[in-house]
Design a protein around this ligand. Sequence first.
Ligand code: 5GP
Length: 179
Amino acid sequence: MKETTILDKRFREMIPGEIINRRIDDMAEQINRDYAGKDVVFLGILNGAFLFAAELFKRVNLKARISFVKLASYEGTKSSGSVKELIGWNEDIKGMPVIVIEDIVDTGHTLELIVGELKVRKVANIKIATLLYKPKAYTKKIPLDYVGFEIPNDFVVGFGLDYDGYGRNLPSVYTLIKQ
Ligand code: 5GP
């Protein structure tokens, strides 16, 4: 079992990088099929989704654009539940099909906010792609269209996800070892 230390905490490898990359191949293939012949906008949610967004987007063979917005709702290892910041939105997305790219869907607060903003911007339709999903923590009804992995309700890092800013560069997903 691979383990790593980030700041004051120990983490154990949960999903190896090769498995993640293979799963992203499948997700992109499905998106390429579902959107064949369409012009589509991908919307990555910063910071966590930058890596997954890049890996997914480079496998997409559609006429596609990508843009990023930033929404921070997390501090340390506990979700504060309140969304604090929103920056970005420089693309003209009115009337476009949009695929939101999330690193992880936990309670779904962030997602609900983004979907609300997209509806105000009168996009054609909205689908959600997330690398990780915690079904036990999810409190919303928004359907998740492309899910990489369902995971337990534990704190994870790696593949873009951080612990206090660190660990985003880990090529695998690691879970917190509880002491
Ligand atoms: P939600 O709004 O769904 O509760 O949380 C979404 C955001 O919280 C994610 O985009 C991510 O930034 C952060 N988050 C939720 N769970 C985790 C986790 O286990 N690890 C890390 N590093 N961030 C998480």
